[in-house]
Design a protein around this ligand. Structure first.
Ligand SMILES: NC(=O)c1ccc[n+]([C@@H]2O[C@H](COP(=O)([O-])OP(=O)(O)OC[C@H]3O[C@@H](n4cnc5c(N)ncnc54)[C@H](O)[C@@H]3O)[C@@H](O)[C@H]2O)c1
Length: 363
């Protein structure tokens, strides 16, 4: 492993970008050399607090700094493509917040540009580092569940304050956010469930989205049904706001396998997981939950993803989340919006933005 000190710049500091400092400062081989934000107050506050040598309101000026190896991008969705392309063209590695881009056409160009230039591109789908996703991935890897023929994941919130915050009004504009809950949190859940299943090939997608409750320009509810090429079914349901009794927010994962099944949930901050199988014909339930306790799998985001990206730069290897993974998520989102708009099922290969060699195959 190289001992090289990695110098980074961060673009977008108000919200999630502000959480990077604590993680990066804990890594011994990284220096935050520059920060950038168009809001001067936000920029100066962060630069002063964290004693960053260079500060910019124009990210292109920051990219001229030859000492910067990598750029972290935490800006509104519509800026991800242009900022990433400019950073890659300036020879910088890129860690981009989710979603990678507004659509798969943009994402594909970003992935191809990074590959052509030998640069690392990663995207922050941090649900992968949540304890329940790590637990389920471990159970799948240990072949405890057998073949998974159905996976149902949900991120249901009764109310999501940041959707109604003036500071982040871009989230409610389709032209700036690219959509609502589907691209916002649905993208996390698509990556999470596909990563648990080993990123199998998706054959077709049927989806509905709406904003009947809030009347927002972007969707506040989405429901997707994915048919996988291996014959399995995946459903993804998410809401920013909905009339649900008993809990404020629940993230849940239900996997049905040929050997066993699992239901894991994070509800108002509390995590639970049950796993087991039914012995027929007595219908006796054999509980194996004690083999997989959520307490044994610590959530580790954003630190793990950021540390992994920096390690990938130092070791010259792929990051945990590759640009290709993030492109695939974007292709699923494109197809889901297309399905919802046209009221029909979309076969993924029909999507003209995706070339066959970017479709992963589980066969
Ligand atoms: N991975 C996660 O769990 C997670 C959580 C929250 C947000 N996010 C993602 O992070 C990104 C940012 O979201 P947020 O909630 O932090 O938004 P935000 O609105 O709070 O912050 C965005 C920042 O970008 C700055 N900005 C806008 N245009 C700019 C430009 N041209 N140059 C430089 N700076 C500019 C804004 O001034 C603001 O400070 C989004 O992609 C969002 O989806 C990810």
């Amino acid at each position: 492993m190289s001992e090289k000190q990695i110098q980074v710049g961060i673009i977008g500091l108000q919200g999630y970008g502000g959480t990077y400092f604590a993680v990066l400062s804990a890594l011994p081989y990284v220096t935050v050399r520059a920060v950038c934000d168009t809001k001067e107050e936000v920029l100066n506050r962060a630069a002063d607090k964290h004693r960053i040598p260079l500060r910019f309101t124009d990210y292109k000026k920051m990219l001229e700094d030859e000492k910067i190896d990598a750029v972290f991008i935490a800006t509104p969705h519509f800026l991800h493509y242009r900022m990433t392309m400019d950073a890659l063209q300036a020879g910088k590695h890129v860690f981009c917040e989710k979603p990678l881009a507004m659509n798969a056409k943009e994402a594909k160009e970003m992935v191809e540009t990074a590959a052509e230039r030998g640069l690392i591109l990663s995207c922050h789908y941090n649900r992968r580092q949540s304890s329940l996703v790590k637990l389920l991935k471990d159970a799948v890897n240990k072949e405890v569940l057998g073949d998974i023929y159905a996976a149902h994941v949900k991120w249901m919130a009764r109310y999501t304050p940041f959707m109604f915050s003036e500071d982040s009004a871009w989230r409610t504009e389709k032209s700036k956010a690219g959509g609502g809950i589907l691209i916002g949190r649905g993208s996390h859940m698509i990556d999470a469930v596909l990563s648990v299943l080993g990123y199998p090939a998706v054959r077709s997608i049927s989806a509905n989205v709406c904003s009947r409750l809030t009347g927002l320009e972007v969707d506040d509810y989405c429901m997707l049904l994915l048919r996988l090429k291996n014959g399995s079914t995946v459903t993804i349901e998410c809401s920013y706001e909905c009339n649900l009794p008993s809990y404020k927010e629940r993230i849940s994962y239900q996997l049905l396998g040929t050997k066993a099944g699992a239901y894991c949930a994070e509800e108002n901050g509390k995590e639970t997981c049950s796993m087991g199988y039914c012995r027929f014909p007595e219908e006796e339930w054999i509980d194996i939950s004690d083999q997989f306790s959520p307490a044994s799998y610590q959530s580790s985001y954003p630190e793990n993803m950021i540390a992994d990206f920096v390690e990938a730069l130092r070791e010259g290897r792929k990051p945990l989340i590759t640009g290709e993974d993030a492109l695939y998520v974007t292709a699923v989102i494109d197809a889901a919006y297309q399905s919802a708009g046209q009221g029909r099922e979309i076969i993924l290969e029909e999507n003209p933005c995706i070339s066959v060699n970017l479709i992963k195959s589980s066969e």
